[in-house]
Design a protein around this ligand. Structure first.
Ligand SMILES: *Cc1c(COP(=O)(O)O)cnc(C)c1O
Length: 242
């Protein structure tokens, strides 16, 4: 929020949200899709609870966090606010799983069978099943986390035997800087989802892809969940973009 008063920041959040909903609707329409198939996840990792509360007042209900500790703390702070969910979108280390269990609505970052087994074991001990996405490194960039595409089918098959996890879809991060490379990454994710759906019989309703710089392309390629951070919360983001 910086120097900005809460009132001015709330106004910014409201106007920006309206703009984002319009842009998502337009992108969906270009692809012959319905905008209500797309969830806007507000990635709140750079802000704290007061800003999240202002965002909630403007209509945001779904948030994403990439650190287990922050997710746990914010989930605790917001637990009495009706309808609010927080997803785990960042790299998850096995010794942090307990901070996420019961606090995250959906874990986007299952990047290996090893991690899935650890999550399942801890979930089973609590008598719950964790809703998960498989994170896939579609672009093949070395810096990106996620499993290689050729591991998806086998990992999913093994995970289907684990009682503490349920696979709801796939997640990826696109290469930065090139919209055509991002588009190829998102369509690759959709094709992987279609193949996995056919081979596994899973429904796989969720495709988590698209960030501040590429969400319209992601929606055009089938994203059902865009993860928007800077463009939601950072007042200087649009200025840098234009
Ligand atoms: C930070 C983050 C985002 C949001 O990125 P922006 O470019 O700020 O929209 C999305 N997904 C993941 C996994 C992130 O860590």
């Amino acid at each position: 929020m910086g120097e900005t008063s809460p009132e001015v920041y709330a106004q910014f959040l409201r106007a920006r949200r309206a703009e984002l909903m319009d842009r998502i609707a337009d992108a969906a329409a270009r692809a012959g899709r319905n905008a209500d198939e797309v969830t806007l996840l507000a990635v709140s990792k750079t802000v704290d609870v007061p800003q999240m509360l202002l965002a909630i007042q403007q209509g945001y209900l779904a948030f994403g966090e990439n650190r287990p500790q922050d997710l746990q703390r914010k989930a605790e702070a917001l637990k009495d606010v009706p309808g609010v969910r927080i997803d785990m979108i960042g790299n998850l280390q096995r010794n942090k799983i307990n901070k996420v269990l019961g606090n995250a609505e959906l874990v986007h970052s299952i990047s290996s069978l090893h991690l899935a087994e650890a999550v399942s074991n801890r979930a089973e001990a609590r008598g719950i099943a964790v809703r998960c996405l498989l994170e896939v490194n579609v672009s093949g960039e070395e810096s990106k986390s996620g499993m290689v595409p050729s591991d998806v089918a086998r990992t999913a098959e093994r995970m289907m035997e684990l009682p503490g996890v349920s696979i709801e879809g796939l997640m990826t991060m696109a290469p930065a800087g090139s919209l055509s490379a991002a588009r190829a990454c998102f369509s690759g994710l959709r094709e992987l989802r279609d193949e996995l759906r056919a081979s596994s019989g899973l429904e796989l309703p969720t495709l988590s892809c698209g960030m501040s710089g590429d969400f319209e392309v992601a929606v055009e390629e089938g994203s059902t969940l865009v993860r928007l951070g800077r463009i939601v919360f950072d007042e200087s983001y649009a200025d840098a973009r234009r």
